[in-house]
Design a protein around this ligand. Structure first.
Ligand SMILES: Nc1nc2c(ncn2[C@@H]2O[C@H](COP(=O)(O)OP(=O)(O)O)[C@@H](O)[C@H]2O)c(=O)[nH]1
Ligand SMILES: [Mg+2]
Length: 182
């Protein structure tokens, strides 16, 4: 019987306290977007990820927060689609491979191009410097400088160094995302 009352209570509290957040995950190809979605969805890291064609959609529940996640492909031909998926979301997550120094310029260009879209003004931005389990990854400070995040003034911006593989900092990232729910 106590189990019954507990589940009724959970159901009722869910009605009053359940919240939603819709997020779009973008960034260059192979930065770790799909790995991020897989890890936060299942808590499992897997080395084998199939490159994303166009997009994946996932819906997950973390505590009383339901998250709808658009995982959008990062190859050049798909980048013009990013705006469409980011339009109307509660947060944009921009994933960067923090070891791949040669691609920082392209990542910066694509990020600022995206944020320049009039439809996306004010949408909060979370930048993830991924793969910090690998030697040669840049620390957050350098990532902020390389991506010129200090130039963004029309929205809340956060930046974390993290690793999908070791799950480093993912607790903070999830907290940040939950904070965007309503
Ligand atoms: N070492 C390491 N490799 C990662 C990490 N995250 C993703 N990868 C690898 O990077 C490659 C691209 O990952 P994927 O999630 O497909 O990137 P996407 O193209 O942005 O969706 C895969 O081989 C992943 O196993 C990480 O935190 N550490
Ligand atoms: Mg992918």
């Amino acid at each position: 019987m106590p189990g019954f009352f507990t589940s009724i209570f959970q159901w009722i509290s869910g009605l009053f306290f359940s919240k939603q957040a819709e997020i779009a995950v973008v960034g260059l190809q192979a930065s770790g977007k799909t790995s991020f979605v897989n890890v936060i969805t299942s808590g499992q890291w897997s080395e084998d990820v199939v490159p994303t064609v166009a997009f994946n959609f996932r819906k997950i529940r973390k505590g009383n927060v339901t998250m709808k996640i658009w995982d959008v492909a990062g190859q050049p031909k798909f980048r013009s689609m990013w705006e469409r998926y980011c339009n109307g979301v509660d947060a944009i997550v921009f994933v960067v491979d923090s070891v791949d120094h040669d691609k920082f310029n392209t990542a910066r260009f694509e990020l600022h191009q995206l944020l320049g879209q009039p439809t996306l003004v004010g949408v909060p931005l979370l930048v993830l410097g991924n793969k910090n389990d690998l030697d040669g990854h840049v620390p957050v400070k350098e990532l902020i400088r390389n991506l010129q995040l200090d130039k963004i003034s029309d929205r809340p911006v956060s930046c974390y160094s993290c690793s999908m593989k070791s799950q480093h900092n993912l607790d903070i990232v999830l907290q940040w995302l939950a904070g965007r729910s309503h």
